[in-house]
Ligand binder design. Structure first.
Ligand code: DHE
Length: 518
């Protein structure tokens, strides 16, 4: 066997990294990282550092983050205190699964619960702006939320959020309270009348998303880790119930997503690792067909059991990665990473049609609208696709694909408003990531392609309460919101923001506008 000098040097380098990683990584972690990320790597003020939580971050980026720190956060640079091999050892360490699966049950959830002291006599907003036309802008650049006046387009308040919020914030029915979910499982309830945090609780190590019951009484969170659904009291976020997510064969599953189905007084949850869809009733008494006695953690005795949140299980042939309801909440329209989508009839309890969606829409991206055709009014579902540069338009009566609109790249989010003739879709991936297509809702044709900030990713649109203006995010650390007149498609204002990933108009959310996510 022949050895080259460079080969030997490479081998020695790998050995030294390996030696560092096996011998010192844990000690290095405890010395330098555990104060913020937890001795158990489950996160404290900093995020959890587990392979399950880091799947969106490449090892190379993790190396850069430890080396150079993270701007606008407490994550400091370690390049002057740690050697390259020590940093590499730390990277390897945080991508190594824990020896024992982490536990996050009743004890840990209850211990994390924080109830803040707030003035309970406040019954009106402390600001002048229309409380139904404010936007919440989630700025992931520095983990803050801005409250934006939707008439003047001026920020009126800004507060720090938990690290890594994901998904749309969920509002109660009046729009006064809003609930945020962080990827690390923190749920935060915020009072928009007095700009105060009401309560927080950590319900899991890796959470998927959250829904609020239509009677404003319950919050439900679906987790990836552990495999649970957690139900909270919406008033103070106290724990009511943990539902272990176990399929009919006794196998645990992650939760793909959970949403409120308001006319049914139930939550609908899809399992990610089993082809099951669960309907969880919060009606009292629950309708026929629901079983299951469950434990209510608000009762002090371990024996106390009440009939709460019974589950009706629907067994399907393939897994649902995410889903979307029709406006009547009878049909679940689902997406799947592996195959095509399917339509499930919640009343009939099974699949009624296939959905010809080619490439896995981003979960929660679809919208619906009505259009006139020679045969009458047609309701359509429109969604971009993550794996294909197109928007799919589906007839919601026949469930057939009626149009595939080619786009300049795969898109993430699609939005519209009942009063707007247009639907907007971003081009999130590829060289045209700065483009935003505007589609005519009647002709189903792209009428204009905007470039809100040439060269910079533009994504996620939300309309004002009256549908007159559309706000587009520029996804940069020093990004902005670009406000468009939704009719003339001219820019009316630019508002600087720190990577504003999403923005949410209170009125459109609480009235369940068909042009946005719920
Ligand atoms: Fe999301 C919503 C799942 C990656 C930004 N995303 C959602 C929802 C789900 C979901 C289930 C609906 C939750 C809700 O509002 O109740 N997202 C997923 C994924 O499975 C995926 C593809 C991979 C993952 O890592 O989880 C994914 N999502 C992303 C991103 O990479 C995005 C672009 C950046 C980020 O911040 O993570 C992203 N997702 C968003 C946003 C929403 C969202 C901004 C809310 C959209 C809305 O208008 O309601």
């Amino acid at each position: 066997m022949k050895y080259t000098i460079s080969g030997v040097l490479f081998f020695l380098a790998v050995q030294s990294v390996f030696a560092a990683s096996s011998g010192q990584a844990e000690a290095l972690y405890q010395q330098h990282c555990s104060a913020c990320h937890g001795t158990d790597r489950l996160g404290v003020s900093g995020p959890a550092l587990l392979p399950e939580s880091l799947h969106r971050l490449s090892k190379e980026k993790a190396y850069q983050t430890i080396t150079n720190g993270r701007v606008a956060t407490q994550m400091k640079a370690f390049k002057s205190s740690l050697s390259e091999s020590q940093i590499q050892a730390l990277v390897n360490y945080i991508y190594t699964p824990l020896k024992q699966p982490p536990v996050w049950g009743e004890k840990q959830i209850k211990a994390s619960h924080i109830v803040y002291a707030i003035d309970k006599s406040v019954s009106k907003p402390i600001f002048d702006a229309d409380p139904l036309n404010i936007f919440l802008v989630v700025e992931s650049g520095d983990h803050h939320v801005t409250v934006l006046d939707g008439d003047k387009f001026e920020p009126i308040y800004r507060f720090a959020s938990r690290f890594g919020l994901h998904g749309g914030p969920k509002f109660n029915s009046t729009g006064r309270y809003v609930y945020f979910t962080s990827r690390d499982g923190w749920i935060s309830k915020f009072d928009l009348y007095q700009f105060k945090m009401v309560a927080e609780i950590r319900v899991g190590i890796n959470a998927r998303n959250t829904a609020i019951s239509s009677d404003d009484r319950y919050v439900i969170v679906g987790n990836y880790m552990p495999n649970t659904l957690v139900i909270l009291d919406a008033s103070d976020l106290s724990l009511i119930k943990i539902i272990p997510v176990v399929d009919k064969n006794g196998n645990e599953s992650r939760v793909s997503a959970v949403y409120d189905a308001r006319p049914r007084n139930s939550f609908i949850a899809a399992l990610k690792d089993s082809p099951e869809l669960w309907e969880i009733s919060y009606q009292n008494p629950p309708p026929a067909g629901f079983g299951n006695w469950v434990h209510d953690y608000r009762k002090t005795s371990g024996e106390a059991k009440v009939r709460l949140f019974p589950i009706r299980r629907l067994y399907l042939k393939s897994v649902l990665d995410d889903f979307f309801f029709d406006q009547e909440y009878v049909h679940v329209l689902s997406a799947s990473r592996k195959g095509k989508g399917q339509v499930v009839d919640l009343d009939l309890g099974g699949k009624v049609a296939d959905l010809d969606i080619p490439g896995m829409p981003h979960l929660s991206s679809g919208i619906t609208w009505k259009r006139k055709t020679p045969n009458g009014v047609q309701t359509v579902l429109a969604t971009p696709n993550l794996k294909e540069p197109s928007v799919s338009i589906i007839d919601m009566k026949t469930w057939k694909l009626i149009r595939k609109i080619p786009t300049l790249g795969s898109g993430f989010f699609m939005r519209s408003h009942e009063k707007s003739p247009y639907a907007w879709v971003d081009v999130f991936f590829g060289k045209d990531k700065d483009a935003m297509h505007v589609i005519d809702k009647q002709t189903l044709k792209i009428v204009k392609t905007l470039r809100p900030a040439p060269g910079k990713t533009s994504a996620h649109v939300e309309f004002t309460k009256d549908g007159r203006y559309a706000l587009v995010s520029i996804w940069e650390m020093d990004g902005e919101l670009v406000v468009y007149d939704a009719k003339t498609l001219e820019v009316v204002k630019r508002i600087p923001m720190k990577k504003p990933v999403g923005k949410y108009n209170v009125y459109n959310k609480i009235t369940h506008s068909s042009g946005t996510s719920h």
